[in-house]
Design a protein around this ligand. Structure first.
Ligand SMILES: NC(=O)c1ccc[n+]([C@@H]2O[C@H](COP(=O)([O-])OP(=O)(O)OC[C@H]3O[C@@H](n4cnc5c(N)ncnc54)[C@H](OP(=O)(O)O)[C@@H]3O)[C@@H](O)[C@H]2O)c1
Length: 303
């Protein structure tokens, strides 16, 4: 493993950014620095990337960076629709400007699996891009700026799951809170994907840097399932088989998404030289990190 590298991560108050910050601290000898909009356990430098002066501050504060991992984004489609201008400013403009701030660094960008919309699914990195909502359009536009970088990596992860205590709920935390509140879980029976545990994503990012990998890569489990099946599998794993999950074929939140959002992750598995762990193995990891968690009334949980 290389030592002496300095890695800058944006969005370290967020779910993936905070987990990456901790994972790379624990598993490498690299210097890891986090950027957030406000102070936090994984934040070393405060900056609002929608502001030019703050972006310039990042560039001058971190002159010698080997890799930038850019996770900061307006990551919820509903938040993008609520403020399209801010969504474009953060997701597209700020990304392009950050690329320019770090011309000599490896630039690793978190895009999304939802860039494709192919009826038969199993999209590869060569499948034409077809956005179904504003959030996805901004990710595609940002990818174009990132691809101008000398050394870039575009990651298109499927839904990333894992325990998190951050301000924005990820897919798993929304499920957990719904169950805790005693509400019925309504989920899509006709929307298919390849959910992947956050630790798997962190390990791949580490390998992308250590092995000096370049290009565009999907990341998802090798198993495909509907959102309904995923929710059911989690509830069964945690002994909550009696919790009602209602399956619906249409969108549950009014946001247009690809129905068959399944991807092939062959390319990244070849690049890192090992398979992505199976879905049952990822569920074991989830189980371990949720050990001791009370799905009923857990005092530590937000909300
Ligand atoms: N989670 C998934 O399932 C998934 C799947 C595919 C792709 N992705 C992509 O992966 C990345 C990480 O996702 P995530 O789940 O970790 O998202 P998240 O929890 O929403 O984290 C995003 C972070 O970006 C920060 N941010 C937003 N606007 C900012 C600004 N103007 N200046 C500085 N920071 C700003 C947010 O800061 P605040 O905390 O201050 O709001 C937040 O901490 C995102 O780019 C997302 O689009 C995620």
């Amino acid at each position: 493993m290389n030592t002496g590298k300095t890695i800058l991560i944006t969005g370290t108050n967020g779910f993936v950014g905070s987990r990456l910050y901790r994972y790379l601290h624990e598993n490498t000898a690299w210097t890891i620095r986090g950027i957030g909009r406000r102070m936090g356990a994984c934040v070393d430098y405060i900056a609002d990337i929608s502001q030019e002066r703050d972006r310039e501050g990042i560039g001058s504060h971190f002159p010698d960076v080997d890799a930038v991992i850019h996770t900061a984004a307006i990551s919820r489609p509903s938040a993008c629709d609520a403020d399209p201008e801010m969504c474009r400013r953060v997701n597209v403009h700020a990304t392009g400007e950050l690329v320019k701030q770090f011309p000599d660094a490896k630039f690793i960008f978190f895009s999304t699996y939802a860039v494709y919309n192919r009826e038969e699914g199993d999209s590869t990195e060569e499948t034409p891009l077809a956005p179904t909502n504003l959030y996805i359009s901004t990710k595609i536009a940002a990818e174009k700026s990132v691809a101008r970088s000398r050394d870039y990596v575009i990651l298109r992860p499927s839904v990333i799951f894992g325990f998190s205590m951050t301000a924005h709920d990820n897919y798993f935390m929304t499920l957990l809170k719904t169950v805790r509140a005693g509400r019925e879980m309504v989920s899509q029976t006709h929307q298919f994907f390849n959910p992947v545990h956050v630790e798997v994503v962190c390990r791949i990012v580490q390998e992308v840097i250590a092995l000096d990998i370049h290009g565009t890569y999907n990341i998802g489990s090798n198993e495909k399932m509907s959102k309904y099946e995923f929710n059911r599998a989690i509830l069964d794993r945690f002994g909550l088989g009696s919790v009602r999950v209602i399956g619906k074929s249409e969108s549950t939140d009014g946001i247009l998404r690809p129905l068959n959002a399944t991807i092939s992750s062959e390319k990244i598995q070849r690049a890192v030289g090992h398979p992505i762990p199976s879905f049952p193995e990822m569920m074991e990891t989830l189980s371990r990190e949720c050990e001791g968690l009370d799905w009923g009334t857990h005092a530590q949980l937000p909300g």
